[in-house]
Design a protein around this ligand. Sequence first.
Ligand SMILES: [Zn+2]
Length: 537
Amino acid sequence: MAPEVVYHGGRFYTLDPAQPRAQAVAVLYGRIVAVGSDEEVLRLADARTRRVDLEGAVALPGFHDAHCHVLLFGLSLVEVNLRQARSVADVAAAVAERARGLGPGRWVRGGGYDQNRLAERRHPTRWDLDPVSPENPVWLYHVSGHMGVANSAALKLAGVTRDTPDPPGGRIVRGEDGEPTGLLLETAQDLVKRVLPPYTLAETKAALAAAGRRMAAEGVTAAQDAWAGWIAPEEFRAYQEASQEDLLPQRVWLMVDVEKLPVREGRFDFGFGLHTGFGSDRLRLGAVKIFTDGSLIGRTAALSQPYADPPDTSGFLVKSEGTIREQVRLAHEGGWQVALHAIGDRAIEATLDAVEAVMGPDAASFRPRVEHAGVLRPDLIERIRRLGAVVVTQPRFVFEFGDGYRAALADERIRLTFPLASLRGLHVAFSSDRPVTDGAPVLGIAAAVLRRTASGAPYAPEERISVEEAVRAYTLGAAYSAFAERELGSLEVGKWADFVVLDRDPFQVDPEEIAKVRVLRTVVGGRCVYPSADASD
Ligand SMILES: [Zn+2]
């Protein structure tokens, strides 16, 4: 049968060692049926075959974000987004604009502000928010997620007054007059969160659609959501419908939080025994996500040696080593892949201990994942190699947070932080953790190649890798992390026709220019998803 569509006239980097370069790709039923020169591939076309001339542009396998938060990212796009706010006035203006568009009483929600980036160097308060949103309750989360600000209408709904005691593990911040300022720390946030209306199915789908559009524009053809099932009541339904309705054109994996998996009689009692891999080529269950520690910037990542600043803490494991091992065992016996969030070296060690204890010498075949892998001592790298674990890391962290890591760890441990060159020979998948960082894959690739922080300071530059290594980690490496390397990650006959067309050749441009490479076209299953289908071909 003749192909449905032939993309020709391109400069494909296939990442297939048997045929690294090609001009054309033919597609039938979403899969690649031929790769080769224009002459070889166009010969297969018949009168009904659509021909798309790439006019000499460079094409690569589609980018695959192995750890991101699709729904949270989508919500950050549709809700009040304060990541760029530079003053309390900016915050108030964004809230005012949103409140104007809503009926009275509807919640204004959003966040992502960082008080260190606001000119006033303080959190917004209810007194800043009340004048611009007197009739709409407001809840704005801090970029860390560890705190948030409510206005007076929201505090009223939450029943928070000057007489409300601080809940265990949290604090209601108060002014000199004893009145709550609106800032709620840690568990005190729950006072407001429990009165926030749950996201409706329509809101959830709209957020997924926003994420899908943006990711398509950035060349992302596959995305693994690293923490699904806790934000909206009908989250899986929203994913399923968004995928079916093409609102979310990427191939998506949903990792499930271990804390959301009920245990009965010594096993997970979830979805009639569903486990990793269930679903279709467009939407399927990923790993079980197991948290072991926190973050370096928050000084909650578990280190084997104290932080440089402050030196009186080493962070902590968020659960005992026995619990980590038990959760890995439950997941493993239930047929799930495991993905352990581990940033500090002590957390990574606990992760590898659990994996080794549960999976033994066959661990590699189960592809246990270490998510982030922030502080990697050489002995841990060696253990990861021996166990065949997969490192799912975020090269962009060094750019966005590297200056903060330097403060947290001082110079001796910088060399160990989010290393890349030291991971050669391991299974490495790249990702963004968006919305934690700006998730455009070209930014991640640039960060891996340049190893510089936002302030411009070099950050363990000996850990730089090549563009090709970075691209592989964002394609084949990510596919491997999801047991999908036979269907995705390179352009070969039999694989899905997922690729991205770029305006410049990232392998040829000055490394300083990589971040500026633009996506001209994104193709999933042979179909153009960016620019949107109606605008193209
Ligand atoms: Zn994450």
